[in-house]
Write a protein that binds this ligand. Structure first.
Ligand SMILES: Nc1ncnc2c1ncn2[C@@H]1O[C@H](COP(=O)(O)OP(=O)(O)OP(=O)(O)O)[C@@H](O)[C@H]1O
Length: 588
């Protein structure tokens, strides 16, 4: 037996259990054990009753039956038989009610653990630092949050329960045989033991390999599907759907082959154990035929067959659980990845609330990406007064977005800092900062839901007057009023039913609905046509009347019309500071 995988599984499970859950798990295991013992007892009790029914004289000759007969003071064998048969029925009825109840308890407990793991996985992956997040890719993230916990429950928790109860039940039977029939014990151990070990050894490596490959394949299929449906328009026009289908089918083909092999591996143990049991019977028979005077062996054959008959399903379940565990080993490993992010975000709004009344200061701010040799942001010094509208321009790759990502804390500076009214932005006050800062990107995030949900990000208790204010300020009023269902109209997946300008104005409305004091607009109008640019510019005009501090990263100079100051970036530095008029003059 590979102790490692069992120990690893037990450690993996106990990692997720608190003290009382561990106690509960142990208690459930004891109940499971009791249920298995009752199972064996139930089957074993059938034999004397059937024998007594066919040969009533056994009641007086069998010392156990005779004892019960006397103890209960029965006067007629017939009545005693009826009592035994009804008794057996009642016993089976109660036993099955009891085992069903235990199964229910066990299933409930397992799904509670599953929810706990899924919750933790979600927390972990939503806490990942931004670049880890970007590196992982959404297909892998979905797999790790959704599939791996399920894989762990079905492939680790359930088989471990089965494995433990089967091991105990096998031990109980084998010990019983040892006491009752030592010769049979030796034969059983000699025949079943090595064959079980060999079967497991045969399947072990292959099983781990299957689990590993299946886990690697899942995100691939998901990724291909997600690309196909996200890039539907482009792929159709480029006539590439066929290629994507082929890739998907080929990934699925491998998955199906592996699933089939995995299923086959779950069938093999029973076949081998059955063959070995028959081989055992044949061997004992041959031995008794060839070696004369060993007729007592025939009785042993009968007993062997009976014991093997009861042991075979148990040994089979034991082996299948081990094979499943081995296949799911990867789930234990995968669940342990990024454990350092398993706790909910530290810091909360009441800890060290950010107060923003005066200024934002970028002080000697420097940042470089782990794999990059030069600084992407290089010693930036800037002071922005509250309520100022600031434009940031610069060639592609000059560091504009990176600078804003540091302001939004998706990246953390290596040197210098950003001070809000003198207080540096840190992990501790990040959540409080997020209360007052918003980001409107070129590709605004939109949910497949209503306009209201998209503006309030699914608020349960919507502040209607704030919603109306946000819609008006974002120049969405006319559009919303033209829709039959108003703010409750659905916008399609990722805003499929909206124009580019409308999408971005939803983003602006979202920022206004939230009590935003600092707004970052990234490439606000670069992807828009002239008409919608005018609409978005109108929304920005309105915003500039408020006391919201705004950073606009723009390629179109006209978007920056309302900016108080415009900074130009080059190679991670601020190289100039100008007014809109100066910039316009230069361009002209
Ligand atoms: N996740 C990343 N890992 C490594 N390098 C990155 C990453 N993101 C951006 N960079 C690099 O950092 C530099 C600055 O990128 P950034 O996106 O800030 O430029 P930008 O000025 O906003 O450009 P654009 O106007 O094209 O959006 C670029 O050279 C880019 O290749």
């Amino acid at each position: 037996m590979d102790q490692n995988i069992v120990v690893k599984a037990l450690k993996g499970i106990s990692y997720y259990l608190n003290k009382s859950e561990k106690r509960y798990a142990f208690f459930t295991f004891l109940l499971l054990l009791l249920a298995s013992i009752l199972d064996v007892f139930g089957l074993a009790s059938l034999v004397p009753v059937i024998m007594a029914a066919s040969t009533p004289s056994l009641i007086s000759s069998n010392k156990y039956l005779a004892y019960v007969y006397e103890a209960l003071n029965f006067q007629s064998e017939k009545l005693f038989l009826i009592f035994l048969i009804v008794g057996i029925f009642v016993f089976f009825l109660l036993k099955n009610m009891f085992t069903t109840w235990i199964s229910y308890k066990q299933v409930k407990f397992t799904s509670e653990i599953a929810i706990k793991i899924i919750n933790r996985q979600f927390t972990k992956y939503s806490n990942l630092p931004f670049w880890h997040f970007a590196n992982e890719g959404s297909a892998k993230l979905v797999n790790n949050v959704l599939n791996v916990p399920q894989f762990f429950v079905n492939g680790v928790i359930r088989p471990t329960f089965t494995l433990l109860s089967e091991v105990t039940i096998i031990l109980v039977i084998i010990l019983g045989i040892l006491i009752y029939q030592p010769v049979l014990f030796v034969i059983l151990i000699g025949v079943l033991g090595p064959s079980a070990i060999l079967t497991y050894q045969l399947l072990k490596k292959r099983s781990a390999h299957i689990g590993f490959q299946l886990n690697a394949l899942r995100p691939i299929s998901y990724g291909i599907l997600s690309n196909t449906f996200n890039g539907f328009v482009e792929l159709k026009l480029a006539n590439k759907i066929g290629d994507f289908r082929n890739q998907f089918v080929s990934a699925q083909k491998k998955t199906q082959e592996l699933e089939a092999r995995s299923y086959l591996f779950s069938l093999i143990p029973l076949k081998i154990i059955e063959m070995v049991a028959i081989l055992g019977v044949v061997t004992i028979f041959l031995y008794s035929i060839i070696i004369e005077g060993s007729s007592s062996l025939v009785a042993i054959v009968g007993l062997f067959a009976a014991a093997a008959y009861r042991l075979m399903p148990s040994v089979n379940r034991l082996l299948t659980s081990m094979v499943t565990l081995k296949q799911s080993e990867i789930a234990i490993t995968e669940l342990m990845v990024f454990e350092e992010f398993g706790q909910p975000l530290i810091g909360n709004n009441s800890d060290r609330p950010i107060k923003f009344e005066k200024e934002i200061v970028f002080k000697e701010l420097s940042f470089s990406f782990p794999e990059s040799r030069r600084s992407t942001i290089n010693k930036i010094n800037l002071t922005i007064k509250k309520g100022e509208k600031v434009g940031i321009i610069g060639s592609s790759g000059s560091g504009k977005t990176t600078l804003m990502n540091i302001l939004l804390r998706f990246y953390v500076e290596q040197k210098g800092n950003i001070l809000i009214d003198g207080e540096p932005l840190t992990e501790e006050n990040k959540l409080s900062w997020y209360d007052i800062v918003s980001y409107v990107k070129q590709d605004t995030f939109l949910m497949e839901s209503s306009i209201q949900d998209n503006i309030t990000l699914g608020d349960k208790h919507v502040d209607q007057s704030r919603l109306q204010y946000a819609i008006e300020q974002a120049s969405l009023k006319g559009f919303v009023e033209s829709l039959p269902e108003g703010v409750h109209s659905l916008i399609g997946e990722r805003g499929a039913k909206l124009s580019g300008g409308q999408k971005q104005r939803i983003g602006i409305a979202r920022a206004l609905y939230k009590n935003t004091q600092v707004l970052v607009l990234d490439e606000a109008t670069s992807a828009l046509d002239t008409n919608t640019e005018r609409e978005v510019s109108e929304a920005i005009d309105r915003l500039s009347q408020t006391d919201i501090t705004i950073f606009i990263i723009a390629h179109r100079i006209t978007t920056l019309r309302d900016c108080d100051r415009i900074f130009e970036m080059d190679k991670g530095r601020i190289v100039s500071e100008r007014s809109y008029e100066d910039v316009i003059k230069e361009v002209v």
